[in-house]
Design a protein around this ligand. Structure first.
Ligand SMILES: Nc1ncnc2c1ncn2[C@@H]1O[C@H](COP(=O)(O)OP(=O)(O)OP(=O)(O)O)[C@@H](O)[C@H]1O
Length: 295
């Protein structure tokens, strides 16, 4: 549905996008993450046909994102990273204007979204908080029921309750078969909604990862407190992957080899033990830190 092939854009300051290639399948939710200034918004501007690539192609629904931008815009729900509003309007007038441009027929979904995100549409936009403006932007992106949604940091400025409402909305749209690409700094949001995530750094796509695969390779951390120092030594001498020790406390990282960990621990005098999953955020952070692209 979205196909990016060798996308390259060089800004005069040497920044930009360098040979990006990835696809988003129909019905897929694709997360796009990376540190500040990595190139997320620049990629999205190319998808929306606002910027012309120096090299490479971007196709949406089989059409060229630059050449066919006017037709494509009607099929896409777009939430920009920074909303440009007509300051003299209120929320209702703004949504009516956008709805007309989108050729929106059925207003019932728009009204349902306004209701769900709980904001007063009559408030003048210049008096709205950042979060309220973001809600108006979300409604504008989703209300005409587009098949494709391209969302640049959709939950920025939203409080946790509204973030949850947004996640529920994305999951519902996914159920309807929508194709969604969204950039985000929220690992929780990506983890809860996306099938795959692309990780971009310095304009280079360093990895595209399956979220379910990341969950499968997620390691377990055993936080163990033993009664005697000899126990600590015994654990360290074993083949277990020990990450931290602090007096009688030890942290063991385990991936699959549970038998071995329990064998070693059964010979120790354990005072306390807690087992937790490694955060997906930590896995993503590993990719953030990498210099070279990973296949
Ligand atoms: N029109 C432009 N001219 C020159 N440089 C630009 C232009 N647009 C973006 N850049 C540079 O390209 C890099 C990528 O910017 P971009 O806004 O795409 O990052 P981002 O990943 O969306 O960051 P953030 O998470 O902070 O929103 C930055 O270094 C930015 O300064």
């Amino acid at each position: 549905m979205i196909s990016v092939n060798g996308l390259t854009k060089k800004f005069p300051n040497g920044k930009g996008l360098f040979d990006l290639t990835f696809d988003v399948q129909k019905g897929e939710v694709f997360g796009y993450i990376g540190p500040n200034g990595a190139g997320k918004s620049t990629t999205i501007r190319h998808l929306m046909g606002f910027m012309k690539a120096n090299r490479g192609t971007v196709a949406i629904n089989g059409r060229d994102a630059w050449a066919d931008a006017p037709e494509l815009k009607r099929q896409i729900g777009y939430l920009p990273g920074e909303m440009a509003f007509m300051e003299g309007m209120n929320g209702q007038q703004f949504l009516a204007l956008i709805g007309n441009m989108q050729g929106m027929k059925d207003k019932a979904f728009r009204d349902e979204l306004i209701d769900r995100f709980q904001f007063d549409v009559k408030t003048p936009i210049r008096k709205m908080s950042k979060g309220m403006k973001q809600k108006v932007g979300i409604v504008a992106a989703f209300m005409h029921d587009p098949d494709i949604l391209i969302l640049d940091e959709p939950t920025s400025g939203l409080d946790p309750l509204m973030q949850k409402l947004f996640i529920d909305l994305v999951l519902e749209e996914k159920q309807k078969g929508k194709t969604i690409l969204m950039s985000s700094h929220s690992f929780q949001e990506i983890e809860r909604t996306c099938d795959r995530a692309g990780i971009i750094k310095d304009g280079v796509l360093v990895a595209v990862k399956d979220i379910s695969h990341l969950r499968r390779v997620q390691r377990r951390i055993f936080d163990v407190r033993v009664k005697e120092e000899t126990d600590i030594n015994q654990i360290i001498k074993s083949d277990l992957d020990v990450q931290n020790t602090d007096h009688l406390n030890i942290q063991i990282v385990v991936q699959g080899n549970y038998r071995q960990v329990f064998q070693v621990l059964s010979g120790c005098n354990i005072d306390h033990m807690a087992i937790r999953s490694e955060e997906l955020e930590d896995l993503f952070m590993n990719f953030y830190d990498r210099k070279e692209p990973v296949k």
